[in-house]
Design a protein around this ligand. Sequence first.
Ligand SMILES: NC(=O)c1ccc[n+]([C@@H]2O[C@H](COP(=O)([O-])OP(=O)(O)OC[C@H]3O[C@@H](n4cnc5c(N)ncnc54)[C@H](OP(=O)(O)O)[C@@H]3O)[C@@H](O)[C@H]2O)c1
Length: 249
Amino acid sequence: MGQKIIILGALSAIAEATARRYASNGAQLVLVARNADRLEQLAQDMKARGAARCDTRTLDLAQETDTTAAFGDMMVALGGQVDAVFVFYGLLGDQRHEEHDIVAAARTLRVNFSSAAEWCLAIANQLEQQKKGVLVAVSSVAGDRGRQSNYIYGAAKAGLTVLVEGIAHRLAPKGAHAVVAKLGFVDTPMTAHIRKKGLLWAKPADVAEKLVAIAQKPDMPVVYVPGFWRLIMAIVCNVPARIFHKTKL
Ligand SMILES: NC(=O)c1ccc[n+]([C@@H]2O[C@H](COP(=O)([O-])OP(=O)(O)OC[C@H]3O[C@@H](n4cnc5c(N)ncnc54)[C@H](OP(=O)(O)O)[C@@H]3O)[C@@H](O)[C@H]2O)c1
């Protein structure tokens, strides 16, 4: 039997590419997303690609729920042990609109931060108890510096980054791991409205390959994917405010 993997937000383009990699290695998968029909199709595809088993859970992951109980139910499908749990789901939102529609802003904050934080805490408790396994949560370089174009989404991702970094610190002495992956631009439905050009744009399959490698060897709690974003964001973070405020970034 292959590895035991849970994917929250399994219908994200990057999540699907990640699931495919595990399926072809005979993994046992639990896929969680909110669209039952698409989830079922994905599960069939995973079995066809070689997954030893593929269970699904249809859930709106941002809805208030007892995450400990819901995550426990996913664990039952895997016989009580898990090797890696990925938290992929997210919502870019519409920054300009949300500045004046605070209910919409709250939704973006809930999807990307507070609900994700609740799932990560439930996952951390499981990994701490089993003394092995890894949480991989997907964050964004948008959390590195507040910018007028996306600071609501960015603030939520910054919160998620710190939370998962803290979980990594907590789990390290117990033999389990957590990694937060800060992604740069990836060509997915989330960025479909943005004109894509240049070398800064990554493909979901390449990001998935890197995330699977990170889960195999989780030696750094915070990683940039692709790695060159560490340098780009170091530069962005060090531009003095008097210059930065003249940009439209
Ligand atoms: N693409 C980028 O450039 C980029 C950059 C940095 C970070 N990221 C992060 O990467 C992750 C994956 O995004 P992606 O680029 O693969 O985009 P994507 O294909 O649009 O995936 C986003 C997924 O999140 C799911 N989702 C949103 N709210 C949900 C909820 N309440 N419950 C369950 N699922 C929910 C969506 O489900 P539905 O299909 O049901 O709407 C969708 O499948 C996100 O966390 C994103 O913030 C992406």
